[in-house]
Design a protein around this ligand. Structure first.
Ligand code: CU
Length: 134
């Protein structure tokens, strides 16, 4: 229970820092929590060309993953058979009750989606979007 509270407080701190800097600059730290097979938040806005560190907290007692990319990327992963990820910053495996960080710089404005491609998870709603602003 104490651990969950610490995670919640850490995410609240991340959210507060993101809000405080939203008008002047884009967030460089983004916290995304996985809870009951959902990403929270499921929509994030960042700026192009700025390194963004994502802190991914899996609160669930089951495996998930956080894969971010365009339509072609997700089409590949929907058909894929890789059981684990971890060598690439845009493909992160999230074992039960773990926290992972990954840093990405989005070169061009647009929208990318992040999805958990474990069987049934995307259909359940385990997807979100990163809006990359100029
Ligand atoms: Cu999942």
């Amino acid at each position: 229970m104490k651990r969950i509270l610490i995670v919640v407080l850490a995410l609240a701190a991340l959210a507060a820092s993101a809000c405080a800097s939203a008008s002047a600059a884009s967030p460089r730290q983004v916290g995304i929590r996985v809870h009951y097979s959902r990403f929270e938040p499921s929509r994030v806005e960042v700026r192009a060309g700025v390194p963004i560190t994502f802190t991914l907290v899996n609160d669930d007692p089951i495996d998930h993953e956080w894969l971010i990319g365009d339509t072609a990327f997700h089409a590949r992963h929907r058909a894929g058979t890789e059981a684990a990820h971890g060598d690439r910053p845009d493909e992160v495996s999230l074992p039960p009750m773990t926290t992972r960080t990954t840093t990405l710089t989005f070169a061009t404005p647009g929208e990318l989606t992040f999805v958990c491609h474990f069987p049934g998870h995307e259909a359940y709603g385990m997807a979100g979007v990163v809006v990359v602003r100029p």
